[in-house]
Design a protein around this ligand. Structure first.
Ligand code: HEC
Length: 136
């Protein structure tokens, strides 16, 4: 596929896991679901590959966007998520183009919601800034 040929060489899910995700998911830092912990992964896997991967990509609570690694590409991240899910009991494959598209749609939906939440917070701050703030 011509598009795929333009991509830089990419890492396997296992390689990404070992270089990035392992920092938190090996020990379960800040309640990160532990690698290989089927009980922890079962409800996450039930969300489905597009939703779980898309939400993790944009960040969930203490899970930083892109796993905290600015250089990581979506398809590499998605492979790492699939690798982790497989080790938690899922039968997820490394995503193909169709799956990546679904992941992008879910990530975008999540981001739109996060932006709306932030805009609501900004409107509140602007309202507060236009009148004396009650300090007690
Ligand atoms: C800095 C620590 C940290 C790193 C690095 C990290 N994660 Fe996470 N991850 C977390 C935490 C904490 C959670 C639990 C978030 C929650 O539910 O509160 C989490 C949750 C997740 C989830 C479940 C998301 C959900 O919707 O509940 C997935 C999938 C995931 N991480 C994938 C990855 C992948 C793939 C990588 C590597 C590319 C990675 N993480 C790197 C901390 C990390």
């Amino acid at each position: 596929m011509a598009q795929a040929d333009k991509r830089p060489a990419t890492k396997s899910g296992e390689a990404v896991y070992k270089s990035v995700c392992i920092a938190c998911h090996e020990s379960g830092v800040a309640h990160a679901p532990k690698f290989g912990d089927r009980a922890a992964w079962a409800p996450l896997i039930a969300e489905g590959q597009p939703v779980l991967t898309g939400h993790a990509w944009v960040g969930v609570r203490a899970m930083p966007p892109r796993g905290g690694s600015p250089d990581i590409q979506l398809h590499e991240f998605a492979r790492a998520a699939a690798f982790m899910a497989r080790n938690g009991g899922a039968d997820w494959k490394d995503p193909d183009a169709a799956m990546l598209r679904k992941i992008i749609i879910e990530a975008d939906k999540r981001l739109v919601q996060a932006i709306k939440d932030q805009q609501a917070m900004q409107r509140e701050l602007h309202r507060l800034s236009r009148r004396p703030v009650a300090a007690d």
